[in-house]
Design a protein around this ligand. Structure first.
Ligand code: EPZ
Length: 429
């Protein structure tokens, strides 16, 4: 298994190009199931999760071609996928694929809406919490689907099509909003989704669906209105920049001291994160090319933060912020409100010398003068990258194991960081 070796202590200086967002690319690819025409997606990141979803969609009969790079193309540009779901050969999404990536469960909405049936494995356990899918199922039931759970599979049927309905989510869920939104585009009549997720990835999906002919208003607010249409057509859409990758490299820059331009990043996608970084004493400026992050000489100030649905501080940056706070001048507090078990990085950060006390959903971090390199491993994507950030500022060598977690969500991580002066390399084996 590959490892990442980091020798800490170098400031990051230069430019890091920001890739297309994983968490937008996945639902956009799944939306291709809603139409017989071709959906062309630009700026798709080259990630293990994208490749796995290509396989999962392939299993349903979807044809995907990837445009190769041509001479003169920007080496940092994402890939273009041409997705053709004209013929659906199988409406089953099997356990061995769905259990490897939870987001693949989201095929249930579009398959049901277009084909009148879907049989999709329940996703099973997850390292960051129990993560049930009850809101997805309740939304589909509200739209008139007949659901049965049998042998670990959800069997959904709507032979006469779905019917518009009022869906009120008891708690904000990104995935369940995607499911309800996609399913409702082809339902008969109007659907209203209340307490909808406001994440930029939901808005990106809605914008693509509208290009495909869907009638949607209110995406990006808590109430989304969808007027169902009989069919959707093909479209071309570029995936929005990854706000979590942006926030991660902003924290890495703050952690090491330095000066980095996050090229192509959009400040409007991560206002709460920028606020917190400024409170921590980091200089963050919007420029024409992206976001410039600097911490020249000044120390890191402690902060108090709770994760929350968008526009609050994202749970997907909680571990990275915790890594940053291990070097703050004083005591920070971070509360995780979205997932009950998303603290797997705490013990690993402690191996590097971090002083973190966990009490229920709150971590108290006593900033330390120095971290020291050590072998570490993590159980999920964002936890792994928090260890990379800590390793960049630790004295000596840090070896991050289970790199496959990083490959799920960070495109060319070692290359992007080493170009800015980090001593970081992948060791194959
Ligand atoms: C999305 O997951 C993201 N994944 C996650 O990013 C992200 O952490 C999460 O949203 C929150 O922002 C993708 O976009 C692929 P939720 P999702 O449904 O949609 C509870 C990463 O690292 N809930 O918004 O699965 C749930 O348990 C990943 O890139 C139910 O109770 O998350 C959680 O407490 C990790 N029942 C809360 O809602 C349900 O049916 C929010 O989860 C659904 C969710």
């Amino acid at each position: 298994m590959d490892k990442i070796r980091i020798v800490g202590g170098n400031e990051l200086k230069g430019t890091i190009p920001i890739s297309g967002a994983k968490n937008a690319a996945l639902p956009l690819m799944i939306a291709s199931l809603l139409t017989e025409d071709k959906l062309i997606l630009d700026n798709v990141p080259r990630l293990a999760d994208v490749a796995l979803l290509q396989r999962i969609l392939g299993n349903h009969g979807v044809d995907i071609t990837t445009n190769g790079k041509r001479n003169g193309d920007d080496p940092n540009a994402g890939q273009t996928l041409e997705i053709d779901a004209r013929v659906i050969v199988d409406t089953t999404a099997p356990y061995d694929l769905v259990s490897r990536m939870r987001a693949s469960f989201w095929v249930v909405g579009p398959l049901l809406a277009r084909m009148g049936e879907a049989r999709v494995s329940l996703p099973g356990g997850c390292a960051i919490g129990t993560r049930p899918v009850d809101f997805h199922l309740d939304a589909l039931r509200a739209l008139g689907a007949d659901l049965e759970i049998d042998a670990g599979y959800v069997r959904a049927r709507a032979p006469k099509g779905l019917k518009g309905a009022r869906i009120v989510f008891p708690k904000v869920s990104v995935g369940a909003t995607h499911t309800a939104l996609m399913a409702a585009t082809l339902a008969d009549g109007e659907t209203v989704i209340e307490n909808a997720a406001r994440e930029p990835e939901v808005t990106d999906l809605a914008e693509c669906l509208m290009k495909m002919g869907a009638q949607i208003s209110g995406a990006g607010t808590s109430t989304i209105y969808i007027q169902g249409v009989p069919r959707l057509r093909g479209a071309r859409h570029a995936v929005l920049p990854d706000r979590i990758e942006t926030g991660t490299y902003a924290m890495a820059t703050a952690m090491t001291g330095g000066d980095v331009l996050l090229a192509g990043a959009r400040p409007d996608l991560l206002e709460s994160t920028i606020d917190i970084l400024r409170q921590a004493g980091v200089e963050v400026d919007a420029t024409n090319e992206g976001i410039r992050v600097r911490r020249n000489g000044a120390g890191i100030l402690p902060v108090e933060v709770s994760t929350a649905p968008h526009p609050g501080f994202p749970t997907d940056l909680q571990a990275q912020l915790m890594a940053l706070m291990t070097k703050a001048k004083g005591r920070s507090r971070i509360t995780e409100t979205i997932f009950e078990n998303r603290f797997m990085h705490v013990q690993e950060l402690a191996r590097l010398g971090a002083k973190i006390q966990l009490d229920g959903d709150t971590a108290t971090i006593e900033g330390a003068e120095r971290l020291t390199g050590a072998p570490v491993m993590a159980t999920d994507l964002r936890a792994s990258v928090s260890l990379v950030i800590a390793g960049l500022a630790a004295e000596g060598e840090t070896l991050v194991q289970r790199v496959y977690h990083l490959d799920r969500g960070f495109e060319r991580l070692e290359e992007k960081l080493s170009r800015c002066g980090a001593e970081i390399e992948r060791i194959s084996g």
